[in-house]
Ligand binder design. Structure first.
Ligand SMILES: *[C@@H]1O[C@H](CO)[C@@H](O)[C@H](O)[C@H]1NC(C)=O
Ligand SMILES: *[C@@H]1O[C@H](CO)[C@@H](O)[C@H](O)[C@H]1NC(C)=O
Ligand SMILES: *[C@@H]1O[C@H](CO)[C@@H](O)[C@H](O)[C@H]1NC(C)=O
Ligand SMILES: *[C@@H]1O[C@H](CO)[C@@H](O)[C@H](O)[C@H]1NC(C)=O
Ligand SMILES: *[C@@H]1O[C@H](CO)[C@@H](O)[C@H](O)[C@H]1NC(C)=O
Ligand SMILES: *[C@@H]1O[C@H](CO)[C@@H](O)[C@H](O)[C@H]1NC(C)=O
Ligand SMILES: *[C@@H]1O[C@H](CO)[C@@H](O)[C@H](O)[C@H]1NC(C)=O
Ligand SMILES: *[C@@H]1O[C@H](CO)[C@@H](O)[C@H](O)[C@H]1NC(C)=O
Length: 483
């Protein structure tokens, strides 16, 4: 079934190329939908997990079917098998409702018992008094604070100003790395109260995903009654216990794949283009970038580019803290391993990272306590490293609408570019990267939840086509025109 579809689409691609100008984006809607269905069914694909391996094998076989040679790099790391049984928090022997657990926490000891000590702080910049919870379980808190994207990000002049933005767990949840300071002070485990967030958004957030191992166990609570119960228990010096029933699997291997499509222009043999994404993630949007890369691979095979183009499917994004030191990310491992493909006689003159396509927009309603779809799509965060690239994106991105398509300047603003495009930027490669970031991006969904509902197929197809139009245009420009 799949083979027949692909053979058909290859034929269609060839016909499309001979019949129309090469700048017409080519999409096989049926194939794209089958890819969305495929990852929606796999659900969470944590780095090195069996589900992640299924997607990597699938990408490899698709690339081979297209007729490309597939290269691989292998990483080895100590995998933290996520709790298969729900983590447990008990106070005085009684279960407390948890909202989630902190990834790669409890890597030295997955359970902890001790007196519950309140180290709640008046604001997010104040440091909890961890010493007060030495040899005990600390009860700390953090707030999902509202954000001003106008100062967090730089923008190219064509983008509209941002309205005030609600809190994003990927940002406020970085506070969970306080577990390092807590462990250093002799705290045995931490229970965080997560404030100003609905259950629908807070539950099962895989944040912060980018930290290295966190020795002591950490969990968080969101429900008002659980919070009251915990504050009460801390007041009376009651005992608590945390149990994260995951296991460590040392020497776990995972594969980064890449394919190289040779350029046709002999005068440009010294130049390459790198298009990357990552393959691990927690849901059907984080990560689905491979769909754009595979679609483009078919196009390139039928209609080769002037410049040698590298399609790179990176592993390790969801746990890059153990693999590289900040500000490096998973793609840096590949860049370090293959300088000859981008920083030698061949130099990368352009790069693009594709992440999180077709994300539907959700919003919290604090009065109702709900977190539901708004009917719209999430603003597209499109980082463009240079002014000519920003102008090109603004011109070629279909459906570009000032409140949806946000062309951001990664060289200005308060926080670093998100995602796996940052290594390209840091390597001095002019890049355009999509990293749309809904607040639910890092949420695990229950088995049985239909993750296709997270993806707006029309928006995803528009993004795939827009990227293809951009990449085609870039292939026709000189390296100087991109800087
Ligand atoms: C975790 O365990 C390792 C090895 O046993 C030890 O070296 C390290 O100090 C521990 N870290 C913490 C924070 O307890
Ligand atoms: C946060 O709390 C600390 C400790 O009470 C205080 O010193 C600091 O000024 C507060 N910061 C803000 C931004 O309110
Ligand atoms: C902790 O909780 C207190 C009491 O609800 C609140 O005033 C404070 O802002 C919270 N601190 C953080 C860091 O969220
Ligand atoms: C709580 O979240 C709402 C909406 O996300 C936001 O408007 C508000 O400023 C937040 N409160 C705090 C203390 O950050
Ligand atoms: C691409 O070019 C390289 C270097 O010139 C060569 O070794 C390789 O065989 C070529 N690949 C294909 C598929 O032609
Ligand atoms: C590659 O070689 C061409 C022709 O010699 C030259 O014009 C171009 O600047 C070179 N590109 C790079 C990135 O050095
Ligand atoms: C963009 O959003 C602002 C409010 O945030 C609104 O006033 C404006 O009409 C919107 N523009 C478009 C083109 O939808
Ligand atoms: C590129 O290679 C040169 C040496 O040829 C090295 O000095 C430079 O640091 C490399 N650039 C990056 C970004 O790694």
């Amino acid at each position: 079934m799949r083979a027949a579809t692909l053979a058909g689409s290859l034929l269609a691609a060839t016909l499309a190329v001979t019949a129309t100008a090469p700048s017409t984006p080519y999409n096989d809607l049926q194939w794209i939908q089958s890819e969305i269905d495929f990852i929606a069914k796999l659900q969470a694909r944590l780095t090195g997990s069996p589900e992640h391996n299924i997607l990597i094998d699938h990408i490899e076989s698709e690339l081979k079917r297209i007729g490309l040679h597939v290269y691989e790099d292998i990483i080895e790391f100590s995998y933290s098998d996520p709790p298969v049984i729900q983590p447990v928090l008990k106070v005085n022997g009684q279960n407390i409702q948890l909202s989630g657990w902190i990834p790669y926490s409890g890597t030295n000891s997955s359970s902890a018992t001790g007196k519950l000590v309140n180290v709640v702080t008046p604001n997010i910049t104040a440091t909890p008094n961890w010493a007060a919870a030495k040899d005990a379980i600390a009860l700390a808190n953090l707030t999902n604070v509202a954000l001003d994207y106008n100062t967090l990000f730089g923008a190219w002049s064509l983008s509209a100003p941002w309205p005030p933005q609600p809190g994003v767990p990927a940002i406020s949840g970085v506070e969970f790395t306080n577990l390092v300071a807590a462990a250093a002070a002799g705290v045995r485990g931490v229970v965080y109260i997560w404030d100003n967030i609905t259950a629908g958004l807070a539950d099962d957030q895989y944040v912060p995903f980018q930290q290295a191992n966190l020795a002591i166990p950490g969990v968080y609570v969101q429900s008002a009654s659980a919070i009251l119960h915990l504050l009460d228990a801390a007041r009376s010096g009651t005992d608590a216990s945390i149990d994260l029933p995951g296991k460590r699997v040392p020497n776990t291997r995972s594969r980064t794949l890449y394919a190289i499509v040779n350029g046709t222009d002999h005068t440009l043999r010294n130049e390459t283009v790198i298009i990357n994404t990552h393959t691990d993630g927690v849901n059907a949007v984080e990560e689905n970038g491979h769909i754009a890369l595979l679609n483009y691979a078919r196009r390139l095979k039928a209609n080769p580019p002037r410049r040698t183009t590298i399609l790179l499917f990176v592993t390790g994004h969801m746990h890059y803290g153990e693999l590289v030191a900040a500000p490096a990310r998973a793609t840096d491992l590949w860049l370090r391993a293959h300088p000859e493909l981008w920083n030698g006689t061949q130099r990368a003159v352009f790069g693009s990272c594709v992440e999180h396509m077709g994300a539907v927009q959700f919003a919290e309603d604090f009065a109702k306590g709900t977190y539901e779809p708004t009917g719209g799509v999430e603003p597209e965060w499109l980082f463009a490293a240079t002014a000519p690239l920003a102008a090109l994106v603004q011109r070629l991105w279909s459906g570009a609408e000032p409140n949806v398509t946000r062309v951001l300047n990664p060289n200005t603003g308060e926080i670093a570019q998100s995602g796996e495009g940052l290594p390209l930027l840091k390597a001095g490669i002019p890049e355009v990267s999509l990293v749309t970031s809904p607040a639910w991006l890092l949420k695990f969904y229950d088995r049985g939840f239909d993750e296709r509902t997270l993806v707006d197929t029309k928006a995803l197809v528009r993004q795939v086509a827009s990227f293809e139009r951009l990449w085609n245009a870039v292939d026709g420009l000189s390296a100087e025109d991109l800087q």
